[in-house]
Design a binder for this molecule. Structure first.
Ligand code: SF4
Length: 651
């Protein structure tokens, strides 16, 4: 951090120093692993502004030196509580690749500098806050806390860890988006209540001591204990499934999980913000800039700065996605008036060139899509409204989104509006008017879609629609592109090594790509992140719903073989493809015939010295006292979801 020179500019941000805070005691101090950007997409800024709008004074400590308790004293002791978050991402996902190597940069740090946050930041920060101020109430929140609130798998340690609430020794953990819960905690503490008085707030987890009573009765769901999860992967599988099943705020029950003599108690989830509340949140006085203390750009902001979020939540429920469990299955959308207001304000911002880079959300075309049956939603325990079949209660009207896109793009001062957020193509294909609108006006050269795979077995485990939906959408998009007289591409994302994917499924995907002339530039290697159903399958090798075994590719060789097949057409990958096909007894796919995936030649894996040559260029770093290998540029690219269709959509 550098000196804060421009006082008037600084005063429009939440304070980061005592001077900026006017040397007054603050109600709440939020500590985050990200740099502070005053933008609604930054979780800590959204919570800070929301608290401020409810009458509380808030300060921010961003990326403190975690070894030093003094770094947590810069704003003094808060009157009510410290709120701790690792930032917008789980700190381990932020920092390490699927090969457990250090990434080269951190998109949420100034200049993209890596090393500005500790591993499992929530725990490290909470420990230092306790040292800095004995007895101060501590509340954790954000993605890392949410997804690690019960026994969870930590891929980087390859073990089941207990709830982060206990490891961090926090008083309360807020799961989900948190606005309602955090304000209620602040209110109760301000009224003189103790932290214990907050133990009945929706959206909160707390830990009961050995001698304290815990909720019981028919309405309480008892998860397998931490010890049971560690002993038996099937119990861990069940515990993850229960967490999902109790995630509906309208019928979710209290859930408890024993951790030795202590018990983690999760209250029912908080009701999501309404449209009016989401509008209010986005209309708070965000500056949409990094705090003036930063000299270098914050890479993640570059992709967000020209975008407008129109919704939150996702009804898709993909097994590997942490979003469903963090933001929820109910989609909340902003009103048209609120989005138009933000778009108009954007045209007045310095440097705005008339282009809105994205008008979207977790799934852009779910804008104002929702469950049409209040009665059904009240008792619904489905994780996805769309899988295995679209629920009859799910509303799929694209008109509100089409209307919004049209209105925003015709505002004075706006030249282009793009949709760069992902879209659900199975929903999009239900409305050709939407596909035509999209192709004619809102694609910036490339449209991102996420079929993820082509094998029905894998897609079932991922909870994604069948490849026929993708093909149908591709045909429609090509036709709409042609009609619009444009040349633009579709960029499908594919994923390898997801549970349920063995040699047969991987070969099926390669053949599908060949048939449809799809040549991915990069594919994503599945990473078992904390809290997801896919991770439970990875650990247990069992589908939590059907209880049937699923194939899990573990270890570098098995995972690399799958990755190689998706690059069957690349000359430099040919030896790896042959090696995989030989190992899988599918030499019939090696040769010169039309059915062949790869021509004849040498066969060796990516782990063979012949593949990579002598191990030069391996870089090491010392991180938190441990020597860690840095990821190569190639490995990092593998984690970027980017692939490209060979032919323009117009062809
Ligand atoms: S009832 Fe159907 S549409 Fe409604 S929330 Fe449940 S799955 Fe979704």
């Amino acid at each position: 951090m550098v000196g804060h020179t421009n006082k008037s500019m600084v005063s429009s941000f939440l304070p980061m120093t005592k001077e900026e805070a006017g040397h007054r005691e603050l109600d709440v101090i939020l500590v985050t692993g990200d740099a502070y950007v005053d933008h609604p997409s930054w979780g800590v800024a959204a919570i800070g502004r929301w608290l401020q709008a409810h009458g509380f004074t808030v300060g921010i400590i961003a990326q403190p030196r975690w070894e030093d308790p003094d770094a947590f004293r810069v704003l003094g002791r808060p009157r009510l509580f410290f709120g701790i978050t690792a930032g917008n991402m789980d700190s381990m996902v932020n920092k390490y690749t699927a090969a457990r190597r250090l990434r080269s940069s951190d998109a949420y740090s100034p200049g993209g500098t890596l090393g500005e946050r500790p591993d499992r930041s929530t725990i490290a920060y909470t420990t230092r806050v306790r040292q800095a101020y004995k007895g101060v109430p501590i509340v954790t929140g954000g993605v890392e806390s949410s997804l690690r609130r019960f026994a969870h798998f930590d891929f980087w340690q390859e073990k089941i860890r207990g709830s982060i609430l206990l490891d961090a020794k926090a008083d309360l953990l807020v799961f989900g988006m948190g606005e309602h819960s955090v304000v209620e905690i602040a209110r109760r503490l301000k009224q003189g209540g103790s932290v214990k008085s907050c133990r009945d707030i929706a959206g909160v987890c707390w830990a009961a001591g050995a001698k304290e009573s815990v909720p019981d009765g028919d309405d309480v769901v008892v998860m397998p204990s931490l010890a049971e999860c560690r002993e038996d992967p099937l119990q861990f599988n069940r515990s993850t499934l229960l967490m999902y099943r109790e995630s509906n705020p309208h019928c979710g029950r209290v859930v408890i999980q024993k951790h030795g003599t202590r018990t983690v108690v999760q209250n029912p989830p908080a009701i999501p913000l309404t449209t009016e509340e989401l509008d209010r949140l986005h209309e708070l006085p965000f500056t949409h800039r990094p705090h003036p203390c930063y000299r270098n750009q914050i890479p993640a902001l570059q992709s967000m700065i020209g975008s407008i979020a129109v919704n939150r939540g996702c009804s898709g429920g993909c097994s590997f996605c942490a979003l469903t469990i963090h933001q929820g299955k109910d989609v909340t959308s902003r009103s048209e008036a609120s989005v138009l207001k933000e778009a108009k304000a954007m045209t007045k911002r310095e440097g705005f060139k008339g282009i809105i880079s994205d008008l979207g959300g977790p799934t852009a075309n779910m804008y104002h899509m929702r469950c049409n049956s209040e009665a059904a939603n009240k008792v619904c325990r489905r994780v996805s409204c769309l899988h295995p079949v679209r629920c009859k209660h799910y509303g799929t009207d694209h008109k509100p989104y089409i209307r919004l896109l049209r209105k925003v793009r015709t505002l004075p001062g706006i030249r282009r509006v793009y949709v760069n957020s992902g879209i659900r193509y199975d929903l999009a294909a239900l409305d050709n008017e939407f596909v035509e609108e999209l192709a004619a006006h809102h694609v910036q050269g490339q449209l991102s879609v996420a079929p993820e795979h082509a094998s029905p077995a894998t897609l079932h485990q991922m909870r994604k629609p069948g490849s026929e939906y993708f093909l149908d959408f591709m045909t429609r998009f090509k036709a709409a592109t042609k009609k619009a007289g444009k040349e633009q591409f579709m960029v499908p994302y594919f994923q390898c090594a997801h549970p349920g994917t063995g040699p047969e499924e991987t070969i099926a995907l390669a053949i599908f790509m060949k048939e449809h002339k799809l040549r991915p530039r990069q594919v994503q290697m599945f990473m078992p992140t904390p809290g997801t159903l896919s991770t439970a399958m990875y650990v247990s090798g069992v589908d939590p719903y059907t209880k049937k075994e699923v194939h899990v590719a573990k270890g570098r060789i098995a995972r690399s073989r799958q990755r190689a097949l998706l690059f069957y057409w690349k000359k430099e990958e040919a030896p790896h493809v042959r090696e995989a096909l030989r190992a899988w007894n599918r030499t019939d796919l090696i040769g010169r015939g039309p059915q062949a995936l790869v021509g004849p030649g040498p066969a060796y894996g990516g782990w063979d010295p012949r593949a990579r040559g002598p191990k030069k260029g391996v870089r090491f770093d010392t991180h938190m006292g441990i020597r860690v290998e840095r990821a190569t540029a190639e490995e990092e690219k593998e984690e970027t979801w980017e692939a490209i269709v060979r032919e323009p959509a117009t062809s």
